[in-house]
Write a protein that binds this ligand. Structure first.
Ligand SMILES: C[S@@+](CC[C@H](N)C(=O)[O-])C[C@H]1O[C@@H](n2cnc3c(N)ncnc32)[C@H](O)[C@@H]1O
Length: 254
């Protein structure tokens, strides 16, 4: 694994993000993004059920039955999915990679340091002082890097995951090529993504989803599962306001 260029409060930075890049990055916004993601992913009791359970439901069928050594989530946000995997495979070394330091800081505080975090989203109709208790997972680490340039060796990962990432990227193809590079032969990639691209040219290149279906074998992947209509309801508050996402889910191997 590559050495980090520096550390910020215990988080290895594998990419030297500049001040201008921090300022431009929406995901560095604590109130809008980190608290919102925390409410969504770290407060199941509050919603009655994990709101994004469809991601885990799709992935379940593709988890290796045997013990595995290296698991990586890219664009892990506050770390819910990779933490689940760290609990499921306690002998595996698990990494959550994200480009947002603020997301990683929250993820590490909750899943590695076991802190109690406060999610105050009263302005969105959520109660004050929503407090959730973290856990101390010894086999989980978080680091800052870009999806298109990961700090892992070629053929090193047994399982690579990402959700709600691909359509956010400047260059989804480059990121997929990078995922292929680091995956072990016979390793698995599991992806869930809405196709809600932010750039006009991406709609041309990647939509309809059959274009991604043809792209994956060109990179070298063998597709194992392909589902274009996974519906996810993301709650916005406790008053039945929600966003509905139609997601593509696929699993592939190298
Ligand atoms: C919409 S959130 C999804 C978070 C989580 N995976 C989920 O399913 O809710 C997108 C995440 O991807 C991260 N991200 C955006 N661009 C990235 C990049 N180039 N490399 C790595 N992570 C990135 C953001 O910082 C953010 O945490």
């Amino acid at each position: 694994m590559k050495a980090p260029t520096s550390y910020r409060r215990g988080i290895p930075l594998f990419y030297p993000k500049t001040e201008a890049e921090y300022r431009r990055d929406l995901y560095e916004r604590y109130e809008d993004m980190v608290l919102r993601q925390s409410a969504l992913h770290l407060a199941d009791d509050y919603w009655g059920k994990y709101p994004m359970h469809a991601v885990l439901d799709f992935a379940e069928a593709h988890y290796p039955k045997e013990e595995i050594q290296h698991i990586l989530e890219i664009g892990c946000g506050v770390g819910r999915w990779i933490a689940n995997l760290a609990q499921r495979y306690p002998t595996a070394s698990c990494w959550g990679i994200d480009y947002s330091y603020q997301m990683l800081k929250q993820a590490r505080a909750f899943w590695v340091l076991g802190e109690e975090i406060t999610i105050d989203l009263a302005s969105r109709g959520l109660p004050y002082d929503l407090k959730v208790q973290g856990e101390q997972l010894g086999n989980l680490q978080f680091g800052l890097a870009k999806a298109a340039n990961l700090p892992f060796e070629e053929n090193s990962q047994d399982l690579v995951l990402n959700s709600f990432l691909l359509d956010r990227l400047d260059n989804p193809t480059k990121a997929l090529v990078e995922m292929y590079r680091i995956l072990k032969p016979n390793g698995k990639l599991i992806v869930l993504t809405p196709l809600n691209f932010g750039q006009a040219m991406h709609w041309k290149t990647y939509y309809p989803p059959v274009k991604i279906y043809h792209l994956l074998p060109q990179i070298g992947f063998q597709i194992l599962d392909w589902q274009e209509n996974i519906i996810i309801h993301e709650p916005l508050d406790l008053h039945d306001n929600a966003v509905t996402w139609k997601c593509l889910g696929f699993a592939a191997t190298k």
